[in-house]
Design a binder for this molecule. Structure first.
Ligand code: AMP
Length: 284
C-alpha cells in the first residue's frame, strides 16, 4: 500500500510542493469538494498520466454557495474519500478547514468580466467568483504543474482556463470527459439527494442531450428547435424544473442561433432538491 500524506495546513502543503519541485517531480492537482465518485476518480487516473506527484484536495468552498443553497447539507464522508484516494495511488491529500483557507480578514477575490454572465452564473450570482477565487488560492497553495477539471462542469472549466491565461498561472489545465452511470446519468455528489422517482426523471437530462444529437444528425441546425425539443423532453418528467437550456459557443459561452460549427448544448435542471447540470458537444 502506498503511503499517502494527509495535510491540512497551507504552510505544510506549500513546503511539500517546494520539496517535490526541487526533486524534479511534476505535480498534478485534482481539486474536489469530496463525497467522491467515479467521476472524481477518473480525474485522478487522467492526472497520473500527466505527472508523477498526484495531489487531491477536499474542500467544500463556502464562498461559491449562495444564500439558500446547499452548503450545510452538502454530502460529506472524509474517511471514505481518503480510502478511495489512497486506492487511486495519490501521493498527498489537502484537507483544510474553512478558517485555514479564509482567515479573519480575507478580502481578495478573483472575478471574470464576461464568462460568468452566462448559463449557471445567471441563477448563481456568487458562484463563479467563489470558484475562481478558491481555485486561484489552491493553485498558489498546491503549486501544481498540471490541474485536472471535469468537462461535466463545463462553464467552470472554461472559466478556470480563462483565469489561468489572464493571470499567467504557469499551469496546464486538462479537461477530462464526463463519467456517467450505466444508464447515462452524469455522476454527481448531488445525485444522492434524488428519491428513486426523481432518479428516473433525472435521466431525462442525458436523454435530451442524446435526442439533440440525433436531431442535429437529421439536419436540424436551428438552435431554438433543438432547445424546444430538449425542453419538452425534460418537462414531460415529474419533479423537474428547468433553470436553463442553451446552445452556445464552446469558448465564449455566447448563445448560437444556427449550428454550423461545433457548439455546446448546456443545461441545468432542478430535480426535486438536486440542481443537476450536464452538457454535450454538438458537431454539425
Ligand atoms: P466537485 O467535487 O463537484 O467540485 O467536482 C470536482 C471535480 O470533479 C470538478 O472538476 C468536476 O468537474 C469533476 N467532476 C464532477 N463530476 C464528474 C463526472 N461525472 N465526470 C467527470 N468529472 C466530474
Amino acid at each position: 500500500m502506498n503511503v499517502i500524506e494527509i495535510i491540512s495546513t497551507v504552510t505544510k502543503i506549500q513546503a511539500r510542493s517546494d520539496r517535490m519541485r526541487r526533486q524534479g517531480k511534476t505535480i498534478v492537482f485534482v481539486p474536489t469538494m469530496g463525497f467522491l465518485h467515479e467521476g472524481h476518480l477518473s480525474l485522478m487516473r487522467e492526472g497520473k498520466t500527466h505527472g508523477n506527484d498526484l495531489v487531491v484536495s477536499i474542500f467544500v468552498n463556502p464562498t461559491q454557495f449562495g444564500p439558500g443553497e446547499d452548503l450545510e447539507t452538502y454530502p460529506r464522508n472524509l474517511e471514505r474519500d481518503l480510502e478511495l484516494i489512497r486506492k487511486e495511488g495519490a501521493d498527498a491529500v489537502f484537507t483544510p478547514d474553512v478558517h485555514e483557507i479564509y482567515g479573519e480578514r480575507f478580502q481578495t477575490y478573483v472575478e471574470l468580466e464576461k464568462l460568468p454572465n452566462h448559463l449557471c452564473g445567471k441563477s448563481r450570482p456568487v458562484f463563479f467568483k467563489g470558484v475562481a477565487s478558491v481555485v486561484a488560492k489552491l493553485f498558489n497553495i498546491v503549486k501544481p504543474h498540471v490541474a485536472v477539471f471535469g468537462q461535466k462542469d463545463y462553464q467552470q472549466l472554461v472559466i478556470v482556463r480563462q483565469m489561468v491565461c489572464d493571470l499567467n498561472f504557469d499551469i496546464t489545465v486538462i479537461g477530462s470527459p464526463t463519467v456517467r452511470e450505466p444508464d447515462g446519468l452524469a455522476m454527481s455528489s448531488r445525485n444522492t439527494y434524488l428519491t428513486p422517482e426523481q432518479r428516473v426523471s433525472a435521466l431525462s437530462l442525458y436523454k435530451s442531450l442524446i435526442n439533440a444529437q440525433a436531431l442535429l444528425e437529421r439536419g436540424v441546425q436551428d438552435a431554438s428547435e433543438i432547445i424546444d425539443s430538449t425542453t419538452n423532453l425534460i418537462r414531460s418528467c415529474p419533479d423537474t424544473e428547468i433553470d436553463y437550456i442553451a446552445v452556445c459557443d464552446p469558448e465564449t459561452l455566447i448563445d448560437v442561433k444556427t449550428i454550423d460549427k461545433p457548439v455546446r448544448l448546456v443545461l441545468a435542471v432542478k430535480v426535486g432538491k438536486a440542481r443537476l447540470i450536464d452538457n454535450i458537444l454538438l458537431k454539425p
